[in-house]
Design a binder for this molecule. Structure first.
Ligand SMILES: Nc1ncnc2c1ncn2[C@@H]1O[C@H](COP(=O)(O)OP(=O)(O)OP(=O)(O)O)[C@@H](O)[C@H]1O
Ligand SMILES: [Mg+2]
Length: 264
């Protein structure tokens, strides 16, 4: 079978923890440079998928190909911004240290930072508007600032694929806007971005593709084709309220005033 370079491809994978399967028989392909929103209820397996894509969780079945080769060979070009709740913020490192970690794969075996590494770190800090916080300990930052430090680390890594797990949840507007600007910038550089979100409006307005999950793939494609009443009902079940002029998700993570209107 031939593989187009720069494509991310999942073939019939099962992922989970121990004997438990969280995501079953998942197959999809992401073209190079596209922007994918991953949507599904709490516990659907979004974070689990991201962990498998960076090799943090072994596959129970199936294959993942990046650039046409098995995951592992190309781990370096995948950057991952974890969901806020999954990070131990007491870890005693400065913002600059966190961002420098993004350069580790590029450094030689001595792991000594060169001026090119330091420039890349500085540029990423500036791009995320946190250059003045470089010396601060990561644990002392606000949630939005911490998130921006992790985004800066991801940029410093110069990835081909960027995974962001709920970057829009629980952060201030400045950070949300910085994240959206970053996504635009990365798209110009043909970086593939895969982003989980509970915001269906954002997923349909700012993303090329949507992946709807609930322990299995419910739909994958253009957002307007994925976010149909039928598909959303399959994914969210009783948490989906269908009203006259739209739908509302009464999911824990979704603010109750956020209503989503389907296009059909
Ligand atoms: N380390 C773990 N060990 C065992 N089970 C886990 C572990 N992490 C997650 N799970 C389980 O896997 C399932 C999927 O969890 P996951 O965190 O991937 O969901 P999610 O879609 O990211 O949800 P959320 O929207 O709340 O972030 C859940 O049932 C969860 O309890
Ligand atoms: Mg999650």
């Amino acid at each position: 079978m031939s593989h187009t370079p720069h494509r991310l491809e999942l073939q019939n994978i099962n992922i989970g923890y121990g004997d438990k399967i969280v995501l079953r028989e998942l197959s999809f392909q992401v073209p190079h440079g596209s922007r994918v929103a991953v949507v599904g209820p709490n516990g659907a397996g979004k974070s689990t998928l991201f962990k498998a894509l960076v090799g943090l969780l072994p596959l129970q079945q199936g294959n993942i190909f990046i650039h046409g080769e098995a995951l592992g060979l190309h781990q370096d070009c995948v950057a991952y911004v974890p969901q806020r709740e999954e990070v131990d913020w007491r870890f005693p490192v400065t913002v600059e240290d966190v961002v420098m970690m993004g350069r580790f794969a590029q450094m030689g075996w001595l792991k000594r930072a060169t001026s090119r590494d330091r420039d890349a770190v500085q540029k990423s800090l500036m791009q995320m508007g946190i250059a003045d916080l470089a010396e601060q300990s990561i644990g002392q930052l606000s949630g939005g600032q911490q998130q921006r430090a992790f985004l800066a680390r991801a940029i410093a890594q110069e990835p081909h694929i960027l995974l962001m797990d709920e970057p829009f949840t629980g952060v201030d507007v400045t950070t949300q806007e910085a994240t959206l600007r970053l996504l635009d910038h990365l798209q110009e550089k043909k970086v593939t971005a895969i982003v989980s979100t509970h915001d269906l409006n954002l997923a349909s307005s700012r993303f090329d593709l949507a992946l709807l999950l609930n322990h299995r793939l419910i739909a994958f494609g253009a957002p307007r084709e994925v976010f149909t009443k039928e598909n959303l009902a399959q994914a969210f079940g009783n948490s989906l309220l269908v009203m006259e002029n739209g739908m509302m998700l009464v999911d824990e993570c979704c603010p109750p005033d956020e209503q989503f209107t389907i296009n059909d």
